[in-house]
Write a protein that binds this ligand. Sequence first.
Ligand code: JFZ
Length: 311
Amino acid sequence: KDALDEFFIDRKFGVFIHWGLYSVLAGRWQGKTTPYIAEWIMKRERIPVKEYEKIASQFNPGNFDADEWVENIARSGARYMVVTAKHHEGFAMYHSKVSPFNVVDATEFGRDIIGELSIAAKKYGIKFCLYYSHDQDWHHPHGFGNDWDYRPQDQDFDVYFNEMVLPQVRELLTGYGSIGMIWFDTPFSIDKAKSRRLCDFVHELQPACLVNGRIGHDLGDFSEISDNGVPSTVVEQAWETPLTMNDSWGYKVDDNNWKKPQTLVRYLSGIVGKGGNCLLNIGPDGDGNIPEQSVEILDSIGSWLRINGDA
Ligand code: JFZ
């Protein structure tokens, strides 16, 4: 069986984790709630890079416990997890040698989060996967998307791609064991040659690592459908849908629009029934706690699967 079958037949349900410096802000800036998804706060509020870097000095999640997180994930019945190694904010949640803007070198906390989670995932039999923002990077002078610190005419995406994306993807695919898939996102500016280069690069480093559809230009090993979407009929080719429990991916203290546990059980069974994979998101807070509503939802799905999902 190839890697795609292993995923899309044996591992239908995964947990997505959005965690980064934005989690510390919790969707609030200068006393008010940001109107959009919390992990977009830097762009939405046009927070200067120098200002945003200061959040790293506040990042010290005393309640982060990789085993406890993964234990919750395993209990839900999920068989894979996808963690943000670097989101659009540009902050690496692992010890990168490519940029000092990472969790080990830029925080008091100083622990390699991706490393700890990769070890815990292995222990619980959860396939470990990584999210990497390969196009938008609001911190890097040549990444896409920051027009409040940098002038677009001074930017050269090739520099970002060659000096940041490829070296960081190499670190991630050589430093943390076997990676089930790498989840790229928002291919707004990347050209087809570079999407292809990146896709090949992943497969050269780890032939069994899947590449999701959002690498751009319809490349990648399977398609990603719109967030929270469920097609009306069976789709035979491998696909996945990412799903939120409230209306934000990153932790947002003022977003209490939680879906009911039974609603999410219906989403899960609907998606799997149409041939898809369900990637359900949690957004831990800045102290490393998984919101209690999310724990409850994961528990409910786990009980439902234990009753109804076993042969
Ligand atoms: C992207 C990110 O910008 C967001 O922060 C989050 O990580 C999410 C999982 O992915 O946002 C998207 C990308 C694509 C769609 C919607 C939101 N889409 O195709 O519907």
